[in-house]
Design a protein around this ligand. Structure first.
Ligand code: UTP
Length: 298
């Protein structure tokens, strides 16, 4: 059973500037909730009890979001807004939150290294703070990954999803031992390969389980051209040492919303807003009207 998660949220989010100038991209709203809230709710529903956020400068609003706010609590109580009170009462999640800072943004591998003391001798989950799995974060992928981690005595289990061949250069791509299965062993990982060099169209999808041996591997990784320590390189070292790295495929309902750039942010927002139980239907009509106006103008 995996009970601890490290959630890196320290990145600069340069692809989403100016929106991310002074607020974390993980706090951008997708329909009603900030991205990172979907992530935390998904983790908790998969049995995670402790969450360490690896934060950085300008990320204080993440800490505030999950904290108790006495003034807001009092105002909502006086106004008898029980539903809203439930929405902002994160004690209901029954998870403990911890925070640490990555001093310099030296890449995802370096951010994970900040979780070494937190993880101790236990295996732990890594969930990227800017990636939602499934519409409204309904995903059991982390639980399936934990089962595979235990059954296969793996050193790492990673979630993967199919991406279009021509887009492999945007992702970390895995080389499967055999193709086609929902669970398989990974032989190699290649960061952002050109389509003709990609060993598959299966991309690493923002959720990982690691044994603590990953910390030694991260320490052995040399910084890349941008000075960043890539987590993929540390995972490749696990493969090179003959340790078992497994992959679990996401189902179509667990589509990954990787909210790192504007096209994917816009798409995620619209998809979640369309699915909103109260405003979704009305928003659909608004969109249809706007689109009809646009095509009439063309
Ligand atoms: P990205 O690869 O999207 O990088 O990070 P980024 O720095 O946030 O964004 P750009 O490229 O400047 O637009 C993936 C996840 O890893 C975290 C980010 O916060 C995000 O959740 N991360 C990345 C860190 O915590 N530290 C880092 O040094 C880099």
């Amino acid at each position: 059973m995996i009970q601890s998660a490290v959630v890196p949220v320290a990145g600069l989010g340069t692809r989403l500037l100016p929106a991310t100038k002074s607020q974390p991209k993980e706090m951008l709203p997708v329909a009603r909730k900030p991205i990172v809230q979907y992530v935390v709710e998904e983790l908790v529903s998969n049995g995670i009890q402790q969450v360490l956020f690896v934060t950085g400068r300008s990320k204080a609003s993440i800490e505030n979001h999950f904290d108790y706010d006495p003034e807001l609590f009092q105002a909502l109580t006086q106004a008898n807004k029980q539903e809203l009170l439930n929405d902002v009462d994160f004690a209901r999640l029954k998870a403990q939150f911890f925070y640490t800072r990555q001093r310099m943004q030296r890449g995802l591998g370096d951010a994970i290294l900040c979780g070494e003391n937190f993880a101790g001798e236990e295996p732990f989950l890594v969930a990227l703070g800017d990636s939602i799995l499934g519409l409204n974060a309904v995903s059991r992928a982390v639980s399936r990954m934990a089962d595979v981690f235990e059954a296969k005595r793996a050193s790492c289990v990673v979630a993967v999803e199919e991406v279009p061949r021509e887009e492999t250069s945007h992702y970390g791509i895995v080389q499967p031992e055999q193709g086609g299965d929902d669970v398989f062993r990974v032989l190699n990982l290649i960061e952002k390969p050109a389509p003709e060099q990609a060993p598959s169209n299966l991309a690493i999808a923002g959720r990982y389980i690691f044994s603590p041996v990953i910390f030694d591997m991260i320490r052995r990784v040399k910084p890349d051209k941008k000075g960043e320590i890539q987590l993929t390189d540390a995972m490749q070292l696990l493969c090179d040492e003959g340790r078992r790295v497994m992959a679990v495929k996401l189902t179509p309902e667990e589509k990954r919303y990787d909210i790192g750039n504007f096209p994917s942010y816009f798409e995620s927002f619209v998809e979640f807003a369309l699915a909103d139980p109260v405003y979704g239907a009305e928003f659909r009509r608004t969109l249809e009207r706007l689109l009809a106006k646009k095509s009439a103008a063309v």
